[in-house]
Design a protein around this ligand. Structure first.
Ligand SMILES: Cc1ncc(C[n+]2csc(CCOP(=O)(O)OP(=O)(O)O)c2C)c(N)n1
Ligand SMILES: [Mg+2]
Length: 903
């Protein structure tokens, strides 16, 4: 179809020959019909490709297996033993969910996802997935989140988990690290799960970038990743998430033949069919093929091969091609007679094809995704694909809830079914041929038995031998360091401590300087991973292009337009910068891959991901949550921060709430530095906490502003760096004055606050003490911890929150000004009950205007700090209330101007 009208434009060098070919085709259509004509054309294309006649790939193929029976490799496993092991795992996976819901009604869990994908996983476990016990990093396997029970069930069979552990599926409290979390969560089971996947779409996206990051490490000669494959197991419903398919073209562009997606196409999602009126496998095939992937369809089990071989007229193929998924789902729940009448029935040629099959045989014609030989062939082809440059997707057709019995299998409600009655359990047992292992007596007194084969059984021995030969059990998370990292020379931070003298610079520029310094460090430098989503010029980071180079797996095949400039656009296959283009989701996935490299590869790396702060927590908040789950380390740098500092950009660019959102992520330390030396102290301490002795699995969020001003030098007294990182420190004592107040600033708000302090002294005789609040999040978390401790230790000496301790002697009312929402400083107000605490912030939606106008609009400029301070002093009775009015007059503030919060 893609050739419509295309050949017309090309000269025909031999029209007679062309005419002969066309007439031959017409003759075929007339005598043998369109099906035959289509077959011959496909054959021609196939032949052309074999003869190296390059031809654009067609995006879809018939609804049959990509790998024909005659090309299937020899299956090296023991089919019987694998089937037994699979039956045990199926049983235990179902049992743990059913049991969990019996003892805690409503606790949830999923039976049907794993039931449909057991063979997909087990073929991987027995023959492909590489572990880490041989000292290498192994494969990276992203398990479909809802299939977790099956993965636990195998770990139980292998002796990694006990029955008590299984009984604690979804009952984690009180068993730190030992309860079984609902889904793959490294945060909760740090020795087991490696990759969080359950927020649909994020597993596939992060897997893709993991495969890319492996290549980055390899090309930069930091780790040999050539043996590691990335396997990502996805649901077909999950493919509707934009994150799932949104980056697949990157995988082919980057030639990620180390990446294998396995899509479990059970044709159902939670509520019902994924594509009742269409064919999801065909749709996905076209999408992935169009994006340059190697697509392997595993649709039909072996028993269909005989039928297809008999399909001389193409009627079966036609029926396969034209039956929609909703109807296939119907066939999965109906008996053999229904299938005979409706699928094979309408056409006598089709009907006769299956005349020798009984109804039961018809009903049991398996889907390809339940046929281990077909799966093995597909996985092997994906492995052999290494070197082709194309990533592989395996589209495996399955039945949701397979083997779980007629009340569950293929039902629309199957995803939500969590309970099975005693009778249903016996049906499952019989279906899995476990009568010997689990006789009726095993179910007496409502018992719910697990089954584990004895260690001297051939099944157990076989299963363990398979894993041993593949490098040990998985999933297994390890923090064993394979390539230790050295910390940077502390001198690199000194430069920022000196300040900028009279030169006006921004904190963004200060950070860029530090980043360059860190990357230049002879030992530590190679571990720095600067990540930017097409915004380097905005942040003034383009200066790093030439020096650090942009990572480009293919190198630079062109002469850049700015080649003669000092700061030209320089790409290189061993470049250090990940210039991601316009994809915050992709950039964050790189952040996760780099920031978990200490565990996934045993090679600590330090990502610095710098982005438009508005397009961070707000845009890709779920990925940031996932980063926390994955125990990612590194620095998120929210540049162009603030709702008034970023002038002119307006409503959808000016960020006044990323710090609020950051406060929702426990593993994230959030800072709002005002000065370059604060950034230096925070990053220095962050590196120590994340990568030093006793490392913590945390990451940092720092705001960076683009407003320039002379950076003050650090007040280099003993302990200043500790004061900065704890969240609040005194920046300037109050001058001698009769009336005094305390002004706190953070980030770019320091300008208005310092100006206000000067005005307050000059015009109103108020002396202000100035404090810099680098992290209200830290202060609040400390306050909450102290409050909790006091509540639970009523007999002990009661502790004081840090913020109360620090501000104990701060004079007068406290006015806290931020370029973020008022709720940011307000986080600590409750811990200062004896103080009048007035937050000034930028609540409301953004506007396009100058900094000055914006600060006046949001009432965070010097005038409003003065007014708020005088109002608070008046409330305390320290100054005359009339002073407030006087100040409003001085600054031209209209008391009846609209509230900026109003839309
Ligand atoms: C982002 C997100 N949205 C919704 C859900 C809730 N959810 C869990 S499983 C599921 C259906 C999954 O269907 P599919 O991807 O086809 O997987 P299957 O279980 O059929 O293999 C949904 C909607 C989720 N986990 N993540
Ligand atoms: Mg599905």
């Amino acid at each position: 179809m893609i050739f419509d009208g295309f050949v017309n434009q090309l000269p025909d060098t031999d029209p007679t020959e062309t005419q002969e070919w066309l007439e031959s085709l017409d003759a075929i259509i007339d005598t043998h019909g369109k099906t035959r004509a289509r077959f011959l054309l496909s054959k021609l294309l196939e032949h052309a490709r074999e003869s190296q006649v390059s031809f654009p790939a067609t995006v879809s193929t018939p609804y049959i297996n990509t790998i024909p029976r005659e090309h299937e490799p020899w299956f090296p496993g023991d089919q019987y033993l694998e089937q037994r092991v699979r039956a045990y795992i199926r049983w235990n996976a179902a049992m743990m969910v059913v049991k969990a819901n019996k003892y805690a009604d409503g606790i949830g869990g999923h039976l049907s996802t794993f039931a449909s994908s057991a063979a997909l996983y087990e073929t991987g476990f027995n023959h492909f997935f590489r572990g880490k016990d041989d000292g290498n990093a192994g494969d990276h396997v992203y398990f479909q989140g809802h299939a977790a029970p099956g993965i636990y069930a195998r770990a139980y069979l292998e002796g990694r988990l006990t029955e008590t552990d299984l009984d604690h599926f979804r009952r984690e409290i009180g068993r730190p690290g030992k309860g079984l979390s609902s889904y793959p969560h490294p945060r909760l089971m740090p020795d087991f799960w490696e990759f969080p996947t359950v927020s649909m779409g994020l597993g596939s996206l992060t897997a893709l970038y993991q495969a890319r990051f492996n290549r980055y490490l390899h090309n930069r000669r930091l780790d040999d990743t050539s043996q590691s494959r990335v396997w990502a197991f996805l649901g077909d419903g999950e493919c509707d998430e934009p994150e799932t398919l949104g980056s697949i073209s990157l995988a082919s562009r980057e030639r990620l033949d180390n990446l294998i997606f396995v899509v479990n196409c059970n044709l159902q999602r939670l509520d019902g069919p994924v594509r009742g009126n269409g064919k999801v496998i065909q749709e996905l095939e076209a999408t992935f093929r169009g994006a340059g992937w190697n697509v392997i369809k595993v649709i039909w089990g072996s028993k269909w091969d005989d039928l297809l071989a008999k399909d001389k007229d193409g009627v079966l193929l036609n029926q396969m091609n034209t039956t929609v998924d909703g109807q296939f789902q119907r066939y999965s729940v109906e008996d053999g007679n229904y299938i005979r009448e409706n699928f094979f029935g309408p056409d006598p040629r089709l009907r006769s094809m299956v005349s020798d099959l009984s109804d039961d045989e018809l009903r049991n014609l398996p889907r390809g995704g339940h046929d281990y030989r077909k799966i093995y062939a597909a996985y092997k082809a994906a492995m052999d694909n290494l070197g082709s440059g194309a990533p592989t997707v395996i589209l495996a057709k399955t039945i949701k809830g397979w083997t779980l019995g007629p009340s569950v299998e293929g039902r629309n409600a199957t995803h939500q079914i969590k309970k099975l009655t005693g009778d249903q359990l016996k049906v499952l047992r019989d279906r899995l041929f476990l009568q010997d292992e689990l006789p009726d007596s095993a179910f007496e007194n409502d018992a719910m038995p697990y089954y584990r084969p004895p260690e001297d059984s051939v099944e157990y021995q076989y299963m363990m031998e398979r894993r041993r030969s593949l490098g040990g059990s998985i999933p297994k998370r390890s923090t064993r360091v394979r390539r230790p990292m050295e910390m940077p020379d502390p001198a690199v931070f000194e430069e920022l401590n000196a300040g900028s003298g009279n030169q006006s610079v921004s904190t963004t520029m200060g950070f860029t300087r530090l980043l360059r310094g860190l990357a230049r460090d002879p030992k530590f430098g190679e571990r720095v991973v600067p990540i930017i989503p097409d915004e380097a010029r905005t942040f003034g980071m383009d200066a790093l292009f030439r020096e650090l180079k942009i990572y480009a797996s293919q190198g630079q095949k062109y002469q850049p337009v700015d080649h003669d400039l000092l700061l030209s656009y320089a790409e290189s296959s061993d470049g250090q910068i990940l210039e991601e283009g316009i994809t915050e989701a992709g950039a964050l996935s790189s952040f996760i891959a780099a920031g978990t490299s200490y565990a996934t590869r045993g090679v600590p790396m330090v990502p610095f991901y710098t982005f438009y702060s508005m397009f961070g927590f707000q845009r890709v908040g779920d990925l940031i949550w996932q980063a926390a789950d994955a125990r990612t380390k590194g620095f998120l740098m929210g540049a162009t921060a603030g709702r008034t500092t970023l002038l002119g950009e307006g409503l959808q660019h000016q960020d006044g709430h990323s710090l609020v959102l950051a406060s929702t992520v426990p593993a994230c330390l959030a800072y709002d530095p005002a000065f370059a030396y604060e950034i230096a102290a925070i990053i220095k301490d962050g590196l120590r906490r994340m990568y030093g002795p006793n490392p913590e699995d945390i990451f940092y969020y720092l705001t960076l502003y683009n407003e320039t001003y002379p950076m003050p030098a650090i007040d280099a007294h003993e302990g200043i760096e500790t004061e900065i990182v704890r969240g609040l420190y005194k920046w300037q004592d109050a001058p001698e004055a009769a009336v005094r107040a305390t002004l706190i600033f953070s980030g770019s708000a320091h300008g208005a606050v310092r100006e206000a302090a000067a005005d307050l002294l000059e015009h109103y005789g108020v002396g202000c003490e100035l404090w810099s609040a680098t992290s209200y999040k830290n202060l609040r978390e400390d306050g909450l911890a102290v409050e909790r401790w006091n509540r639970l230790h009523p007999d002990s000496h009661q502790r004081t929150p840090l913020v109360a301790d620090l501000l104990h002697q701060a004079p007068g009312p406290i006015i806290a000004t931020t370029d973020f929402m008022k709720i940011v400083p307000e986080q600590v107000a409750r811990f200062l009950p004896d103080k009048q605490f007035v937050p000034l912030g930028t609540d409301g939606m953004g506007r396009s205007d100058t900094r000055e106008a914006l600060r006046r609009h949001f009432e965070v400029d010097a005038a409003h700090v003065v007014i708020a301070t005088l109002a608070a002093l008046a409330k305390e009775g320290t100054v005359e209330p009339s002073l407030v009015k006087e100040a409003m007059g001085r600054y031209g503030v209209d008391g009846d101007s609209p509230d900026p919060y109003i839309l």
